[in-house]
Design a protein around this ligand. Structure first.
Ligand code: GP0
Length: 820
C-alpha cells in the first residue's frame, strides 16, 4: 500500500556505523566521550541523511517542471519535535531504535532531549505546521516561509501558582534539522524617504531611498511527506546586520554604536511575540512582518525571473497564501517590486498582485484585527504607505461608483481608518488585494461574510469561501497514539494515515464487543503513559482510574477556562455541603494546560485561580480522590502528543461566535475523546459528523448570544437566581482558595458579576447539566467506548490533507508534481 518505503538498504548495522562516524566526523567525539547533545545530534544527522536525497530530487523535479508553487506565508510555525516525524517519513523508526539499543543507548531517552521549535503561539502556528506536512504528503510543490526566531514561545513556569515566563532557548545547543544558506541572503530595507520624478511621458516615478537595511539569511528545514518521495521546504529567515550597516561606524572607531547597530538589526528575528488573538502594535513586530515577507517575495520573484515577460507568468508560477494579516504587507511589497523596481504599469501590476494573493482570516474578535498607524508605517515603510494610499484611492472610487452617495459605507470599508487614530486596516488591505478570502470553519466563514467583512462580501460575494481547518494524522494519531494506530491498522489496514476518510470503515467495529474492549485497553494504557509523563515532568501524582477531563488551549477569556473553573468549584462546594458523595462519584481528574500572553493580566489571574483551586482541592481530605485538578506548566506540542490520546472528555466551551475554528477539538475527537462543547467554530461540524448522541452539547447559540447582548446582559441576575452558581462564586470570593484573603480573586469575581463579556454566567447552568449527562454516560463504560470509537471513525474529515485539497480546489488550483 502507500507505506513509506522503509529506506530500502538501511540495516541496523549500517545505521550504527553511520551514527558512530557522525559522532567522530561531525562532533569530534567517540561513543565513550559523547555528551547527550553529541548523541542526539548524531542520531538526528544519521536520520536526516536518508531524507536529503529525496529532498534534492524533489527540488530538481520542481525546478525543471517550472511547477506552480504554493508559498505559504506565516509569521508562526508551531512545529513540535522533529525526530519522530523524520523517522516516520524515512521509515527508519525500528532501525534507529534497534541501532541505539545495540549501543546500549535508550532511543526514547535520546528523543526526549530534543527541545521542540516552538515558533508559534497556538492554533494559528500549529495549523501552519500541519499544512506544510499535508502539502508535502500530497506532492504539492510548496514552501513555507516564516521567521527563525532565536527565542520561540516562552517557557511557562508557576511561582506560587502565578505564571512566570522564562525565555525559550531552542537554539542554545544548535539544531541538527536546519540548513543555513548565508550565501543566499537577501537585503531588506527600511525607513528613509521617497523621491518622485516624472518620466518623458509624464508618468510618476518613485524611488525609495531607505535609511537602513538588514540581511535576511535563509535557513531551510526538511518537510518530508508521508508515503511519498516528496520532500518540501520550510524556509525561515534570520536577521543579520549587513556589512555596510555597521562597518562604516566600526571603522570610524565608534565601536559602541557599531555593536548597537548590529544588535538592532539582529533583534528583528530575536523573539516571537507571545500574543495570541490580539495584535501587538509594536514597531519591532511590523519590522518582523516586513522582514520575512520582503525576503520571501523577492526570493519567489527571483525564481520566476525579473523580465516583464517572466513577471507576467507569476500567476502561473506561484500562489501566496497569507496566514492571517501578519504577512499582508506582502501586497504593497509586490506592487513596489513590479512597478518601482521592474517598471510595470500600475494597472497590470495590480491585476497580477490581486491574482497571486489569498487571505485566510482566523478570528471573529474585532480587537484581534490588526491595524498599523499611518505614522509608524510611514516612518518604517514610506513607499509602502504611498502604495497603500493609491490602492485605497482606487478602491474607494470603486465603492463610490457602485454606491453613490454612501459615504458612511466608504468610511466603513476604507483601508484607512480615521478614528481613534489614522491607521491601515490590514484585514481590509488583505481583502482588497486578494483573489479569495477564507474563514477556517463553516460557521466562522458564515460569520465573516455576515458580520466582520459584510460590506466586502456584499461587494464581492464570490471572493469569500470556507476551508475548514484540519490536523495532520501523522503527528496527532500515528506518532502520538501508537496503540490506537495499531488497533486501526489491524481493523482496516494502514491506508488511513494518508487517506483519513478510510476511518469510516471503523464504524462497524463500534458494535464489536471485542474491539471495544481493545479500544478501552488502548485508552487505559494512554492514561497510564500520561500519568508517568506528568510524574516525571511535573511531579504530579494522578490516579489513572478517573475520567480524564481535559481543557488545553491558550488562556483567553473567550475560551472560558473560567466556566470550567466554576464547574470544578461547584463540584467541590457540593461535596463540602454533603450534596455530593465523593465515594459514589465517578472520580474526575481535570487537566488544564494554558499559556497566557504575558501582558494579559486577567488571563494571568485566571491561571492563578486555577492553581489555587487545584492546590486547595487536591489537599482536602474530604474530597477523597473524587476530584483532582492538574495544571502542568508549559503546555506545548510535545505534551499535547501525550495528553490528547489520554483524554476521555474534550472541553470546547468557548462562547458561541468567538472561536474561529479550533483544531485541538479535532485532535481530541480523532483520538477518541468525547466533546463537551458549544455550537462554536468547528465544534458545529464535529457534532454534525460524529452525531448528536456522541457529543455533549450545551450553551447559547450565536444568534442567542447576539440577542441577549442586544437586550442588555446582566450577569449578576444569573448569580442571584442560581443557588449553586452563587455558592461557587461566593466560595471563591470568600478566600477559600486564597488562604482566607478575599482580595486575591476580587478582580475576577467582580468582572464576572458586573461585566462577564463572554457570558460565563449565562451558560453556567447549561454547562453543569451537560456535565451531569457526561457523568452518567461515563458510568456505562461500554457505551462510552462505542461513542468514542464512533468519534474516531467519523472524524476523517478533519485531516489537514482534506483542508489542503479544499484549498487546492477552491483557491490554489495547483497541480501535484509526484517525485519518482
Ligand atoms: C486566531 F486570531 N487563532 C488568532 C490568533 O491570533 N491566534 C490563533 O491561534 C486561531 C483561532 O483562534 C482558532 O479558532 C483557529 O483554529 C486557529 O487560529 C487556526 O485557524 C483556534 O481555535
Amino acid at each position: 500500500m502507500n507505506q513509506p518505503p522503509a529506506s530500502p538498504s538501511v540495516s541496523v548495522d549500517d545505521f550504527t556505523t553511520d551514527f558512530i562516524s557522525r559522532l567522530h566526523n561531525s562532533r569530534g567525539v567517540d561513543l565513550e566521550s559523547a555528551s547527550d547533545n553529541d548523541l542526539y545530534s548524531a542520531l538526528a544527522w544519521t536520520v536526516r541523511k536518508h531524507l536529503i536525497d529525496r529532498w534534492l530530487v524533489t527540488k530538481r523535479v520542481q525546478r525543471e517542471n517550472k511547477a506552480k508553487t504554493v508559498a505559504y506565508l506565516s509569521a508562526e510555525y508551531l512545529l513540535g519535535a522533529q525526530l519522530h516525524n523524520m523517522l516516520l517519513a524515512s521509515g527508519l523508526g525500528t532501525v534507529a531504535r534497534e541501532s541505539m539499543a545495540s549501543l546500549g543507548l535508550s532511543f526514547d531517552w535520546l528523543a526526549e532531549l530534543e527541545v521542540e521549535p516552538g515558533l508559534g503561539n497556538g492554533g494559528l502556528g500549529r495549523l501552519a505546521a500541519c499544512f506544510v506536512d499535508s502539502l508535502a504528503t500530497l506532492d504539492i510543490p510548496a514552501t513555507g516561509y516564516g521567521i527563525r526566531y532565536q527565542h520561540g514561545i516562552f517557557r511557562q513556569t508557576f511561582v506560587d501558582g502565578r505564571q512566570v515566563e522564562q525565555p525559550d532557548n531552542w537554539l542554545e545547543l544548535g539544531s541538527p534539522w536546519e540548513f543555513p544558506h548565508p550565501e543566499a541572503s537577501i537585503v531588506v530595507h527600511f525607513g528613509g524617504h521617497v523621491e518622485h520624478t516624472t518620466d518623458a511621458e509624464g508618468n510618476d516615478l518613485a524611488a525609495w531611498k531607505p535609511a537602513w537595511n538588514v540581511l535576511a539569511v535563509p535557513y531551510n528545514y526538511l518537510v518530508p511527506g508521508y508515503g511519498t518521495q516528496n520532500v518540501n521546504s520550510l524556509r525561515l529567515w534570520s536577521a543579520r546586520a549587513t556589512q555596510s550597516f555597521d562597518l562604516q561606524i566600526f571603522n570610524s572607531g565608534d565601536y559602541e554604536n557599531a555593536v548597537r547597530a548590529q544588535t538592532y538589526a539582529e533583534n528583528i528575528s530575536q523573539v516571537l511575540y507571545p500574543e495570541d488573538s490580539t495584535p501587538q502594535g509594536k514597531e519591532l513586530r511590523l519590522q518582523q512582518q516586513y522582514f520575512f515577507v520582503a525576503a520571501s517575495v523577492q526570493e519567489m520573484i527571483g525564481q520566476v525571473g525579473t523580465s516583464l515577460d517572466e513577471l507576467r507568468t507569476l500567476p502561473q508560477r506561484v500562489v501566496f497564501q497569507l496566514n492571517d494579516t501578519h504577512p499582508v504587507i506582502a501586497i504593497p511589497e509586490m506592487m513596489r517590486l513590479l512597478v518601482d523596481v521592474y517598471g510595470m504599469e500600475w494597472d497590470e501590476a495590480w491585476g497580477i498582485t490581486r491574482s497571486v494573493f489569498n487571505y485566510t482570516c482566523h478570528t471573529l474578535l474585532p480587537e484581534a484585527l490588526e491595524v498599523w498607524s499611518v505614522d509608524l508605517l510611514g516612518r518604517l515603510l514610506p513607499r509602502h504607505l504611498e502604495i497603500i494610499y493609491r490602492i485605497n484611492d482606487d478602491f474607494v472610487a470603486e465603492v463610490r461608483e457602485s454606491h453613490p452617495g454612501n459615504e458612511l459605507l466608504v468610511r466603513r470599508m476604507s483601508i484607512i481608518q480615521e478614528q481613534p487614530f489614522r491607521a491601515v486596516r490590514m484585514a481590509h488591505l488583505a481583502t482588497v488585494g486578494s483573489t479569495k478570502v477564507n474563514g477556517v470553519a463553516a460557521l466562522h466563514s458564515e460569520l465573516l461574510k455576515d458580520k466582520v467583512l459584510v460590506d466586502f462580501s456584499n461587494l464581492w460575494p464570490e471572493k469569500f469561501t470556507n476551508v475548514t481547518n484540519g490536523v495532520t494524522p501523522r503527528r496527532f494519531v500515528k506518532i502520538a497514539n501508537p496503540g490506537l494506530s495499531s488497533l486501526i491498522d489491524e481493523a482496516i489496514g494502514t491506508d488511513w494515515v494518508k487517506d483519513l476518510s478510510q476511518l469510516s470503515r471503523l464504524e462497524p467495529f463500534a458494535d464489536d464487543a471485542a474491539f471495544r474492549e481493545q479500544f478501552r485497553a488502548v485508552k487505559a494504557a494512554n492514561k497510564t503513559r500520561l500519568v508517568e509523563t506528568l510524574r516525571k515532568r511535573d511531579g504530579i501524582e494522578l490516579a489513572d482510574d478517573a475520567i480524564f477531563d481535559v481543557m488545553v488551549k491558550r488562556l483567553h477569556e473567550y475560551k472560558r477556562q473560567m466556566l470550567k473553573v466554576l464547574h470544578v468549584v461547584t463540584l467541590y462546594d457540593k461535596i463540602l455541603r454533603g450534596e455530593l458523595d465523593p465515594e459514589s462519584m465517578t472520580p474526575r481528574v481535570v487537566i488544564f494546560g494554558a499559556k497566557a500572553a504575558p501582558g494579559y493580566l486577567m488571563a494571568k489571574e485566571i491561571i492563578a485561580l486555577i492553581n489555587a483551586v487545584g492546590a486547595t482541592i487536591n489537599a482536602d481530605p474530604r474530597v477523597k480522590g473524587a476530584l483532582y485538578v492538574a495544571f502542568p506548566a508549559n503546555y506545548n506540542v510535545t505534551l499535547a502528543e501525550t495528553l490528547i490520546p489520554a483524554a476521555d472528555l474534550s472541553e470546547q466551551i468557548s462562547l458561541a461566535g468567538k472561536e474561529a475554528s479550533g483544531t485541538g477539538n479535532m485532535k481530541f475527537a480523532l483520538n477518541g475523546a468525547l466533546t463537551i462543547g458549544t455550537l462554536d467554530g468547528a465544534n458545529v461540524e464535529i457534532r454534525e459528523l460524529v452525531g448528536d448522541d456522541n457529543f455533549f452539547l450545551f450553551g447559547l447559540t450565536e444568534p442567542e448570544v447576539a440577542t441577549l447582548q442586544a437586550k442588555g446582559y446582566v450577569p449578576s441576575a444569573y448569580y442571584e437566581a442560581n443557588a449553586s452558581l452563587k455558592n461557587a462564586i461566593d466560595l471563591i470570593a470568600s478566600g477559600a482558595f486564597s488562604g482566607g484573603n478575599r482580595q486575591t480573586f476580587e478582580g475576577i469575581v467582580s468582572d464576572l458579576l458586573w461585566h462577564d463579556r463572554f457570558l460565563v454566567l449565562a451558560d453556567y447552568q447549561a454547562y453543569i447539566e451537560a456535565q451531569n449527562v457526561v457523568e452518567s454516560a461515563y458510568a456505562d463504560q461500554d457505551a462510552w467506548a462505542k461513542s468514542a470509537i464512533l468519534n474516531v471513525a467519523r472524524s476523517g474529515f478533519f485531516s489537514s490533507d482534506r483542508s489542503i485539497r479544499d484549498y487546492l480546489d477552491r483557491i490554489w488550483h495547483t497541480p501535484a508534481v509526484p517525485v519518482q
